[in-house]
Design a binder for this molecule. Structure first.
Ligand code: PEP
Ligand code: MG
Length: 556
């Protein structure tokens, strides 16, 4: 009998193979009383040496790796030396605890503290567990933990993977990944995307899967199927390959079957992601999340340093549209130099464009850097602000951008500006709907809470009505209205969005062929029909059903 274990799909692809478990933790010997007073200083020095050796190990791996992998390893080396845990560990040693136990205790406390903060901070917990295992292994004279190196293709299962593990990953033999922990922004997810390895994260029931068991992993559906017979598995893998071959044959640009253009753009975090997107079918960048370049920066980078970062993305799409978003620091994307500490309700607090209130000049310096990076380019960068809530905010931002010669837009993420779309559009050149946050704020449901997934669903009719309202305002004003939240990557929802009047869709570059190929099979009249059907529905489930029916009833 087939048993399905669910998680969150991160990188698509269907793979059938036996699994190999990665278990990293290093067992500590039992504690046998306190260290004698005269041993404690030497033990403290031993701890410092072990920390340095582990940090240097990360840096050496960073030097051998490239791109995002290298960056996360450098960040992990910094975390290994972080006084947030090394200081308490030193204190425990001075109090008589042997170094391996002191390091382990201090790191466990640090992990618990970060886990409580939630979001991206919690996702760093895996890096800290890796640091703990490497430091204790060093101190106990054991080999540092490492990845299994199978002699045939296998699916790697783990509680979670740290950057140091994934840097050594043998992509020939490890053909897919599944982790019990982690989320769509965890390092496992980032690295799986970079290596195009089918991947499912947050699989609560993963522990049930036994070493060596054959499973069928579907990275798109986010499922692991146990007990699939070999013949059916072979058929499913072959069908997935065939689908991918068809998608690979889609060459763009984005347009409906009757030739109405719909720009298909990429969401990127840095130059490397932009170069990868430019190698595919994306026609430009619809969302450059600049804050993701600065997640570990303790101090605000200078205008020149920022310009160098932005230039990489502009270079990748020179001559094409690139929408740069100003810093959306705060809540799940804490940027050390720009995030308010201890906000009681950070998603409703000082984030995005509201940083202007607490960090005067920060966004202006960022605009200087974007203008500098864009000098002499045609077209120049488009710039948009996240989390705008009022017309005054839109006007102020527009004036700051125009004084630097930048084309200006705002994100529609707060319901207030969706409702005021006509007035917003009279202030700016374009808008881009961030459906992730718009849904969170319309439905009053935390986008990070897995229990609320039914509410944080962009198929919710209330969300679609606000998108319709905004897109219609765009058509009246003759100005572009894009969507850059995850909704744009759902091929069926993309048809609805186009039917509602949206003019461009921005998504993870890997999603572009599937969305493009779907749009190429429906006419603009069909998109309008599915949008009309969606607007009549009264629940997310009804909306999906109505759209599936409308798409089935209209020849595509
Ligand atoms: C959104 O909210 O939809 C969006 C694109 O912004 P982010 O996901 O970075 O908050
Ligand atoms: Mg957002």
């Amino acid at each position: 009998m087939v048993d399905v274990v669910n998680g969150t799909g991160v990188v698509g692809g269907v793979v059938h193979a036996p699994v190999v478990w990665f278990r990293a933790s290093v067992p500590l010997p039992p504690l046998e009383g306190d260290l004698p007073e005269d041993h404690r200083e030497a033990e403290g020095a031993r701890l410092k040496e072990a920390v340095e050796a582990v940090a240097l190990g990360y840096e050496a791996r960073a030097a051998r790796a490239s791109g995002a992998v290298s960056e996360v390893l450098v960040a992990t080396a910094t975390l290994a030396r972080d006084r947030g845990w090394t200081r308490p560990a030193g204190k425990y040693v001075r109090g008589g605890t042997p170094a391996p136990h002191a390091a382990s205790r201090a790191l466990d406390e640090f992990i618990a503290m970060l886990s409580q903060l939630g979001g991206l901070m919690a996702e760093r917990a895996t890096d800290l567990r890796d640091i703990r295992d490497r430091v204790t292994a060093q101190l106990l004279g054991m080999p540092e933990p490492g990845l299994p190196r199978p002699d045939r293709p296998m699916i790697l299962l783990a509680d979670d993977l740290a950057p140091a593990d994934t840097a050594d990953l043998d992509s020939e033999r490890i053909v897919a990944l599944a982790t019990r922990l982690g989320g769509p922004t965890s390092h496992t997810a980032i690295i799986a995307r970079q290596r195009s390895l089918p991947c499912v994260v947050a699989v609560a029931g993963l522990a049930e899967v036994a070493e060596g068991e054959e499973i069928l992993l579907d990275g798109e559906a986010g499922t692991l199927h146990r007990g699939v017979d070999t013949e059916s598995a072979r058929e499913l893998v072959a069908a997935d390959r065939q689908r991918r071959r068809i998608l690979a044959g889609w060459t763009g640009p984005g347009r409906t079957a009757d030739g109405v253009p719909v720009q298909l753009l990429a969401n990127v975090a840095d130059g490397e992601a932009a170069r990868a997107a430019a190698a595919g079918q994306a026609e430009g960048v619809g969302l450059f999340r600049t804050e993701l370049s600065f997640l570990t920066a303790r101090e605000e980078p200078s205008v020149e340093e920022q310009a160098a970062t932005y230039r990489e993305v502009l270079d990748a799409f020179d001559g094409h549209k690139v929408v740069v978003r100003t810093l959306d620091a705060g809540t799940d994307k804490p940027v050390p130099f720009a995030t308010m500490a201890d906000e009681p309700n950070p998603a409703l607090g000082v984030r995005g464009n509201r940083l202007r209130l607490t960090h005067p000049g920060l966004i202006d310096r960022q605009l200087d850097a974007i203008a500098l990076a864009g000098e002499g380019r045609e077209p120049g960068p488009w710039v948009m602000a996240p989390m705008v809530a009022t017309i005054d905010e839109a006007r102020d931002f527009a004036s700051a951008c125009r004084s630097r010669g930048l084309k200006v837009g705002v994100m529609i993420e707060v319901p207030a500006v969706a409702l005021m779309a006509d007035a917003v559009l009279s202030e700016v050149d374009f808008v881009s709907i961030g459906t992730n946050d718009l849904t969170q704020y319309v439905m009053a449901a935390d986008r990070l809470a897995p229990e609320l997934a039914e509410l944080t669903d962009p198929w919710q009719p209330a969300v679609l009505r606000l998108i319709h309202h905004t897109a219609q305002a765009g058509q009246r004003a003759g100005k572009p209205v894009g969507v850059c939240g995850e909704a744009a990557a759902d091929p069926r929802l993309a048809c609805v969005l186009v039917g509602l009047g949206v003019t461009s869709l921005s998504m993870a570059a890997a999603a572009v062929p599937e969305v493009g190929s779907m749009l190429g099979r429906v006419s603009s009249a069909q998109c309008a029909a599915v949008a009309a059907a969606a607007l009549k529905a009264t629940s997310a489930a009804d909306t999906r059903e109505a759209v599936a029916e409308a798409l089935a009833a209209t020849p595509g």
